[in-house]
Structure formats: structure tokens, C-alpha cells
Design a protein around this ligand. Structure first.
Ligand SMILES: [Cu+2]
Length: 120
């Protein structure tokens, strides 16, 4: 039989992989936006918690624009210790300090905002 393989085989798999890379690149671009000079930088961040994942020590926040660093967006942030996520729940309005080092970034001093009404 003179069967010829379709030339387009595997095209969809290729596309899926490209999308994954684009997402990773977005996160890197986001954290790489600062002009890192070796010293850690700290930024005040305010936003709404969308997801909390103690197992991976991360929480996802829809954050407001961070002056001099990045525009408003939704992204995951890491914390040093899972217990820092205690009491956080989707929908909470929080402020925290984002520490950006040469190779990693993490959130600290996460505080609920009075506006979120969780302490009523
Ligand atoms: Cu961001």
C-alpha cells in the first residue's frame, strides 16, 4: 500500500506544549520585571486571594498594580512557611510584602484588610 503519513500529525501536541511554555514565560517575565541588582527588594502588594495551597506553600492573588514592578494581574505567590497561609481563604482582601531576590520571590507579613470584613 502506498500510504503516505499525514504531514500535519503531531501539530496539536506541539501547540499544547507551546502554550505551557508561554505560561511559564509569563510568570518569569512577571518576576523578571524588576531590575535586579543583587539586593533583595520589597514591594507592598494589595489584592484579593483566589486560592490557597498550603501543600505547595503558595497562594494565588489577583493583585493591584505594584508601583515600579508590575501591572495588576492574577498570579501565585510563594511563602517561606505554610503556616503563613493560616486563616487565608478565597475572597479575602490582603496586603503583604513581596520580597524579590536574585533567584526567587516570596511573600511575607500577609495581613487581612479591614475591608474584607473577616473579623466582624
Ligand atoms: Cu504579578
Amino acid at each position: 500500500m502506498a500510504g503516505s503519513a499525514p504531514a500535519s500529525i503531531g501539530a496539536s501536541g506541539q501547540r499544547r506544549r507551546t502554550r505551557g511554555l508561554a505560561l511559564a514565560a509569563l510568570i518569569v517575565a512577571c518576576l523578571g520585571g524588576a531590575h535586579l541588582s543583587g539586593a533583595d527588594r520589597e514591594y507592598q502588594v494589595r489584592g484579593m486571594v483566589l486560592q490557597v495551597a498550603p501543600a505547595s506553600r503558595t497562594f494565588t492573588v489577583s493583585h493591584e498594580k505594584i508601583d515600579g514592578f508590575m501591572d495588576a494581574m492574577t498570579m501565585p505567590f510563594e511563602v517561606r512557611e505554610a503556616k503563613e497561609l493560616d486563616g487565608l481563604a478565597p475572597g479575602a482582601i490582603v496586603t503583604f510584602t513581596l520580597v524579590v531576590g536574585e533567584r526567587a520571590a516570596y511573600a511575607r507579613r500577609i495581613q487581612g484588610s479591614a475591608e474584607s470584613g473577616t473579623t466582624r
